[in-house]
Write a protein that binds this ligand. Structure first.
Ligand code: MG
Length: 158
């Protein structure tokens, strides 16, 4: 087996709402993400990291707005890419993730996000690290205008 690495990033505009999906966990807060799907910025970055590791392009090519149902759960994108990877004998082995959000602080939900991601990727939670950062009041994240994520994925390929 060989090892590949992929990098994914994503950003979504915030609007007023009743919660943000992050890694499949709905985090209660007075925001919502502006998106065609449910706007799960972390899952979108995970998909791009997996696609990157496989050399398969990016999420925008695979899931243009016309291919996304309004508000649908982004888990479908992860599951479909995982299925395509499995079909060629590839699988993720480790993820390191950063969520950038000014407020609310994610300290109390990081573990739930980690477990959710691990379940989705069929990995032990110890192989899925989730970090949360604020932007110290700077830039679009710091002004609570946006939420963003970065993900590095290690993938095993035949
Ligand atoms: Mg996105």
């Amino acid at each position: 087996m060989g090892m590949r690495v992929g990098l994914g990033t994503d950003i979504h505009r915030l609007t007023s709402g009743h919660g943000l999906p992050l890694g499949g966990v709905l985090v209660a807060c007075p925001f919502a993400a502006v998106a065609d799907s449910d706007g799960d910025v972390l899952l979108h970055a995970v998909v791009d990291a997996l696609l990157g590791a496989m050399g398969w392009g990016d999420i925008g090519e695979r899931y243009p707005a016309s291919a996304v149902r309004k508000g649908e759960a982004s888990a479908r994108f992860v599951q479909e890419v995982l299925a395509e990877m499995a079909a060629v004998g590839a699988a993720p082995v480790q993820l390191d993730c950063i969520i950038n959000l000014e407020t609310p602080r994610l300290g109390t939900v990081k573990t739930a996000i980690r477990e959710s991601l691990a379940g989705l990727l069929r990995l032990e939670p110890g192989r899925v690290n989730v970090k949360a950062k604020t932007a110290e009041g700077l830039d679009s994240v710091g002004r609570s205008e946006a939420v963003s994520a970065q993900v590095v994925a290690q993938v095993e390929v035949p």
